[in-house]
Design a protein around this ligand. Structure first.
Ligand code: HEM
Ligand code: HEM
Length: 432
């Protein structure tokens, strides 16, 4: 029997009880259920909002002064440089943390009734986090920023029909220049953060409405409850403060990158997109642009958005990957995707392109339809084989999803570390 729990009353606890109920199921505060990833993402957003506002004191969004304003942040023993570092590393870390949070939500089967809408909100939040990072990337107005944004806005123009106007809308003119900086600054500061905040409030409300985090079927029936204050709150505080301590320490030791001032006349070699878009840039080296920039990413986004609506995709709630066999399937499919795409890139680079066999068919076929159909065929084969081995449908869908994730991660890793001057393939990261 649960004893009557006395709760302290103060303005702080008043705020806490707006976010949380007074008691939560003991099962849901297990660290290994959520790894505190949602809380980490929320902490990082808070840090970004505070450091972002502080940066407004020293940053100038005028293209003739932007770079200099960043240099000045590091002059003397000013705190501004440290704040920029924190903002930079927090923004980049948020991409990774949000992706891991997305994975944990899916793999612990938290997509059932009452959580579907929250999954879609989450997907939108993830896209907004990417957009926030991308628009922030240009603001230092250095060579890295200028050329990364040039590459990405050029990639956008490959989208059929709307590509050119979309590229122009982003750049605010024909090419990246002062109008782009003004555009990106306004979007970065005035549009994306309020949108994220509104969606986050809705995100938290939907979690409360769903009765808290996901529980196992066993836990639903007879769930021991624990008081939010202090049990849940002390854990959330430990995760939040621990993360901030590590982030601040790292930012004190490692400066955010800054190259020479933007020079539209001289492109660096290699000119690379921001790291979270390197998978797309890598794909562009192998596929027809319409497939690389539009069809393949859209199909993957569609698969992601549809996961909660596919009856076969619902994993056992509250249990990672549906059980130990599922965990093994998940790990091996991810690795298969990662290794498979590495082999494909090497074969394409050193066999197909050199032998000229890529020109055997029209580019639409050899660099578009054939690779896409091969991916669909391999995914179908993985699904079928697992079903024949008596794996439940949810485990088989999970295998296909993690195979795709492995492919995306493989392409990103190759793009970041294994592409050098002229986008040649090699161990360039070893040369520093
Ligand atoms: C999810 C939210 C946000 C993310 C992911 C994000 C990310 C970034 C990134 C990656 C940069 C480039 C940093 C660099 O390398 O120099 C940046 C710059 C900047 N951000 Fe944000 N930011 C966010 C929210 C905000 C907010 C709320 C503000 C202000 C209200 C803000 C103001 C700025 C300013 C002024 C810069 C330019 C200074 C600089 O480059 O250091 N940001 N942001
Ligand atoms: C800025 C980004 C995000 C923040 C700050 C955030 C925050 C949170 C927090 C604090 C929780 C509860 C604790 C936890 O699960 O760790 C949560 C749960 C949840 N999040 Fe997010 N989230 C973000 C992005 C996402 C994304 C990208 C997705 C999926 C596409 C997502 C889907 C969900 C769902 C479905 C739940 C409920 C999980 C359950 O019932 O067990 N969120 N989120």
């Amino acid at each position: 029997m649960s004893a009557k729990i006395r709760q302290p009353h103060s303005p702080i606890s008043g705020f806490i009880f707006h976010l949380h109920p007074r008691k939560v199921a003991a099962e849901t505060i297990r660290f290994t259920l959520s790894f505190g990833l949602g809380g980490m993402a929320a902490t990082l957003f808070l840090v970004l909002a505070v450091t972002g506002v502080l940066q407004l004191l020293s940053y100038s969004s005028d293209s003739t002064a932007a770079y200099q304003s960043i240099i000045l942040m590091y002059a003397g023993s000013s705190l501004a440089g440290f704040i920029r570092n924190v903002h930079h590393w927090a923004g980049n870390l948020l991409v990774i943390v949000a992706l891991l949070h997305l994975l944990r939500v899916y793999l612990t089967g938290a997509l059932g009734q009452g959580r579907r809408l929250n999954w879609l909100i989450g997907c939108t939040l993830f896209l907004l986090v990417l957009l926030a990072n991308f628009t922030g990337y240009l603001l230092p107005w250095d060579q890295l920023a200028f050329w990364a944004v040039t590459i990405f806005t050029n990639m956008v123009t490959y989208v059929p029909l709307i590509g050119d106007p979309l590229g122009e809308l982003l750049r605010g003119s024909n090419e990246v220049g002062p109008a782009t900086l003004a555009n990106f600054f306004a979007i970065h500061v005035g549009l994306i953060p309020p949108l994220i905040l509104i969606l986050l409030i809705y995100h938290f409300w939907l979690i409360r409405k769903a009765g808290g985090l996901v529980r196992s079927r066993n836990g639903e029936a007879h769930a021991p409850m624990v008081p939010t204050v202090p049990t849940l709150i002390s854990r959330e505080a430990a995760v939040g403060f621990g993360l901030c301590a590590l982030l601040f320490l790292f930012s004190a030791l490692v400066d955010a990158p800054l190259d020479d001032i933007a020079n539209p006349g001289q492109s660096p070699n290699p000119a690379k997109a921001a790291w979270y878009f390197m998978g797309l840039q890598e794909l562009l080296l192998h596929l027809h642009p319409v497939f690389a920039i539009c069809i393949v990413p859209l199909l993957m986004l569609l698969l992601l958005a549809m996961l909660p609506f596919l009856r076969q995709a619902a994993l056992e709630p509250g249990i990672w990957c549906g059980g130990s066999r599922g965990r093994w399937t998940a790990a091996s499919s991810f690795l298969a995707g990662l290794l498979g795409v590495i082999i494909w890139v090497i074969v394409d680079e050193f066999v197909f392109k050199i032998s000229g066999s890529e020109h055997f068919l029209t580019p639409w076929l050899s660099r578009g339809i054939v690779p896409l159909l091969s991916l669909i065929f391999i995914s179908g084969l993985v699904y079928r084989l697992l079903r024949l081995r008596k794996s439940p449908p949810s485990e088989s869908v999970m295998a296909v999803t993690l195979l795709c994730l492995g492919i995306v991660c493989g392409l990103t890793v190759i793009g970041i570390w294994f592409r050098g001057p002229g986008m040649a393939l090699g161990f360039f990261f070893l040369k520093g």
